[in-house]
Design a binder for this molecule. Structure first.
Ligand SMILES: [Zn+2]
Length: 148
């Protein structure tokens, strides 16, 4: 049996503001995020299974990540809970605000996404890594091997 990595790419649009940041990211602004989800497993060997030869059905992975992440964060505003910008958005009655218990940086979002996806995966499949592009030239990565 061979271990195989399979990756699916997701795209979502999200605004954020970094509370107390010493650069322009303290202002409310948006990114076109690109999230790569890479899973590790062995292709299903059962000849009678509809998933024969698959580590995971890409369609199942799509539904899982859409439900856990995309449906919540796409076209939303991610901000640190209790921050000044959070209070202002609340006062203005903004919709689609996602308050988070951490600064919504690429790095922190990755750790959060890993904690959401990992436990939700089917048996025999594990999260190998995540890559989150915040811009075309800037990304962060979470690797299971870095987080034993
Ligand atoms: Zn930003």
């Amino acid at each position: 049996m061979h271990n195989i990595r399979v990756t699916k790419t997701f795209r979502f649009e999200m605004a954020h503001a970094l509370d107390g940041h010493d650069g322009p990211c303290r202002h409310l602004h948006g990114h076109s995020y690109v999230l790569d989800v890479c899973l590790l497993g062995q292709p299903n060997p059962a000849p009678q299974s509809p998933k024969q030869g698959m580590v995971v059905d890409f369609s199942d992975l799509k539904h899982l990540v859409n439900e856990l992440i995309i449906s919540r964060f796409d076209h939303a505003v991610a901000i640190k809970q209790g921050s000044t910008i959070h209070q202002r958005l609340e006062a203005e009655g903004f919709e689609r605000v996602v308050p988070l218990p951490f600064q919504p940086t690429c790095e922190n979002l990755l750790a959060h996404f890993a904690s959401l996806i990992g436990p939700a995966l089917p048996q025999g499949v594990s999260l190998h890594h995540l890559r989150l592009h915040e811009t075309a030239s800037a990304f962060a990565e979470w690797y299971a091997s870095d987080n034993p």
